[in-house]
Design a binder for this molecule. Structure first.
Ligand code: MG
Length: 299
C-alpha cells in the first residue's frame, strides 16, 4: 500500500512530527564543496548513509567506490549507518560488496541491528509480532518472533516489531490499530524513515505509519535508527572515535543531518542523489532550520 507522497509532502510531515525527533543545534550557514574529498581533512571518520551517498538502489553512485578508497588511504575510519530493517546486516553487506565497496562486517550498522539489540530492554523476554517482508525468517533476532502477516496472532503477542512496509495494506493498518486499541503494547520501529527514495520514486516506510499510530492512539513508539541516538552511539563505537571527530554524511535533513548533529557529530548533506536530487535545497534548510556543516554535490 502506498499513498502519493512527494519530497515536499514528506518534508512537511517531518516538520509536523519534529517534536518527536531529537533536538540539535546547527551552524549558521553551511560550507559548500563539490565532493567529500575537499573537506575530508577536517574529520577523522565518516559515518555514511547508504542510499543517496553510496548507492541508488542497485547502482553505485559514480565515484563513490573510489572516494571510499581515497578516504581509507588518508587513514579515515568509515562506518555505514543505514535505516534498513527489511534485510539482515549480512544481506546489506553482501549488497555493498556486489556494488564494489570493500566494507567489513564491523563497518556496517543497520537500524534493524540496533532495534534487535534493544528488544530486551524495551520488553524483557517478550514474544514479538513482526510486520516484515515476505521470507524474513528472523534468524538474526535472538528474541521470540512471530510473523503476523504469515501466521496472524495479533492478540497473542506481547509487542510489535515494525520492520517493513513491503506487505503493508489497509488491512494490516486496521489490524495494528485494533490490536493496540484492544490492549496497549510496545511498538518497536526499526526504520524511523517516513519515506525512502527508490529508483521508481518514494516509498512509504514504517516511520510514517508509526507516527499515525501515535496520532490516533497515543501509543508510545520505541524508535531505533536515524535520527535517534542509539544508532549513532553504535556507529561511534564502530568508528572508535568520539562524535566531534566524526561527520555524518547523508542525503536527508530530518534523519541524517538532524540525527548526526543531535549526536554531536558534524553533518554533511549530499544533494545530487537521493531525496534532494534535482531540487534546490535552500528552501528546505530555511523552512526547517536544519543546516548541515557542509553541502556537497556528490560523494
Ligand atoms: Mg539516504
Amino acid at each position: 500500500m502506498s499513498e502519493p507522497l512527494d519530497a515536499a509532502a514528506a518534508f512537511a510531515r517531518y516538520e509536523e512530527v519534529r517534536a518527536r525527533l531529537p533536538a540539535a543545534t546547527y551552524p549558521q550557514a553551511p560550507l559548500h564543496a563539490p565532493t567529500l574529498a575537499e573537506v575530508a581533512d577536517r574529520w577523522d571518520g565518516f559515518v555514511l548513509d547508504a542510499f543517496g551517498v553510496l548507492n541508488i538502489g542497485d547502482t553505485p553512485i559514480p565515484g563513490a567506490v573510489e572516494r571510499m578508497a581515497q578516504l581509507r588511504a588518508m587513514g579515515k575510519r568509515l562506518v555505514v549507518l543505514t535505516n534498513a530493517a527489511s534485510y539482515t546486516r549480512a544481506d546489506a553487506l553482501a549488497k555493498y560488496r556486489r556494488l564494489g565497496f570493500d566494507f567489513g562486517e564491523d563497518e556496517v550498522v543497520s537500524s534493524r541491528d540496533v532495534a534487535v539489540a534493544h528488544l530486551d530492554r524495551v520488553a524483557p523476554g517478550a514474544h514479538w509480532g513482526a510486520i516484515s517482508q515476505a521470507g524474513d525468517d528472523f534468524h538474526d533476532i535472538p528474541a521470540r518472533v512471530t510473523s503476523l502477516l504469515d501466521t496472524g496472532g495479533w492478540d497473542r503477542v506481547d509487542g510489535f516489531l515494525f520492520l517493513s512496509t513491503s506487505r503493508w495494506t489497509l488491512e494490516t493498518r486496521a489490524a495494528l490499530h485494533a490490536a493496540l486499541a484492544a490492549r496497549p503494547r510496545p511498538l518497536v520501529v526499526a526504520n524511523p524513515d517516513l519515506v525512502a527514495p527508490r529508483e521508481g520514486g518514494l516509498t512509504i516506510e514504517p516511520g510514517f505509519w508509526a507516527h499515525e499510530v501515535i496520532d490516533r492512539l497515543g501509543t508510545p513508539v520505541h524508535w531505533f535508527g536515524k535520527p535517534f541516538p542509539e544508532a549513532f552511539a553504535e556507529a561511534e563505537q564502530r568508528a572508535g572515535l568520539p562524535p566531534h571527530r566524526l561527520a555524518m554524511v547523508g542525503d536527508t535533513l530530518h534523519t541524517d543531518v538532524l540525527g548526526g548533529r543531535a549526536a554531536g557529530m558534524a553533518a554533511i548533506l549530499v544533494t545530487d542523489h537521493g531525496l534532494f536530487a534535482g531540487r534546490d535545497v535552500s528552501p528546505f534548510l530555511s523552512g526547517s532550520g536544519i543546516v548541515p556543516d557542509v553541502i556537497v554535490a556528490s560523494t
